[in-house]
Design a protein around this ligand. Structure first.
Ligand code: GDP
Length: 295
């Protein structure tokens, strides 16, 4: 995960760690390398620039050159700033409501169905919740089948209406069904498209208005970097979602989406997907991720 970024940051700090006496030039050089590492990770130019400017100001403020170990202090400043960039705090999901309704949004292939299953499994095993999964992709029968397979894997009931082409009706019926069968969490998996389009946005927005979810989650493939950030912006403009789910981090060597998304949409990353298996889900902790990136 984020190996390229970790390697480049490690190299950036090499300059500072190797010198007996650290000069202003060394610090400036390190920050230049840090900025380059962020840009290579597909972090937006403005964010990368602000990042290094902030670290620089803090380094000056803390008189980095006169400290015992300037290299270590610089690593700490960068780590703190990475944590802030990724949201600072760990933010959980809101499980209020009877039942709690969780709406999944995102493009096709982002990992929505897989994550819906992972979240159902997580809530069932960690939070002892009774979960209902709802298939709302009325265009692709294969998508409903996939959700059924996932539901079976995690031992969670899947609600679908194969003959009904109205996702708003299906969602509302599913919530009624959940109440009637004693479920306290309803996870609605919606239809995605390959790119943002008006029809998809209208549909998800209609479902959102009708079911008034406690949590609207935006699922995105972290490997898509700046595209992930742009897609997040488009969905957030319509849904004002509550959190981001970054999937496929296991294959992401760069980390640009993880580093940029919070500052662009101002919504926390809540969970990450780290593999295809139902157990490959983790709560996102910005500080632990920053530790991991810096090794
Ligand atoms: P959807 O169209 O948004 O519902 O996406 P899917 O859930 O069908 O996922 C698309 C593909 O990504 C599938 O092959 C999944 O197995 C795969 N996938 C989903 N999440 C992850 C993840 O965290 N890591 C990896 N490696 N693959 C994932």
């Amino acid at each position: 995960m984020f190996n390229n970024l970790s390697d480049k940051l490690d190299k950036a700090f090499h300059v500072l760690k190797g010198h007996g006496k650290i000069t202003e030039v060394n610090v400036a050089e390190t920050l230049k390398e840090v900025r380059r590492a962020l840009l290579d990770a597909d972090v937006n130019f403005k964010i990368a620039k602000n990042f290094t400017n902030t670290v620089k100001e803090k380094a000056i403020g803390q008189d980095v050159l006169t400290t015992l170990n300037p290299g270590q202090l610089m690593v700490k400043l960068v780590k703190d700033e990475l944590t802030t960039l990724m949201g600072g705090e760990t933010v959980g999901i809101n499980l209020s409501g009877t039942p709690t309704v969780i709406l999944m949004s995102g493009l096709q292939g982002s990992g929505k169905t897989t994550f819906s299953g992972k979240l159902a499994n997580y809530l069932k095993t960690k939070k002892t919740k009774q979960v209902l999964l709802v298939g709302c992709d009325v265009y692709r029968p294969a998508a409903i089948n996939q959700l059924k397979v996932v539901g079976e894997q995690v031992g969670v009931e899947v609600y679908a209406e194969e003959e009904n082409k109205n996702p708003v009706e299906i969602s509302l019926n599913a919530i009624k069904h959940a109440k009637a069968t004693g479920k306290n969490v309803v996870i609605i998996d919606t239809a995605g498209r390959l790119a943002v389009d008006a029809e998809m946005m209208t549909e998800i927005s209609n479902i959102h208005k009708a079911v008034n979810p406690q949590e609207t989650l935006f699922v995105v493939d972290s490997m898509t970097g700046q595209d992930a950030v742009n897609t997040a912006k488009a969905f957030n403009d319509i849904l004002n979602f509550d959190g981001v789910i970054l999937t496929k981090l296991d294959g992401d060597t760069r980390g640009g989406a993880a580093l940029s998304i919070k500052s662009v949409v101002n919504k926390p990353i809540k969970f990450i997907g780290t593999g295809e298996k139902m157990e490959a889900i983790d709560v996102f902790h910005p500080d632990r991720m920053a530790d991991r990136i810096l090794g």
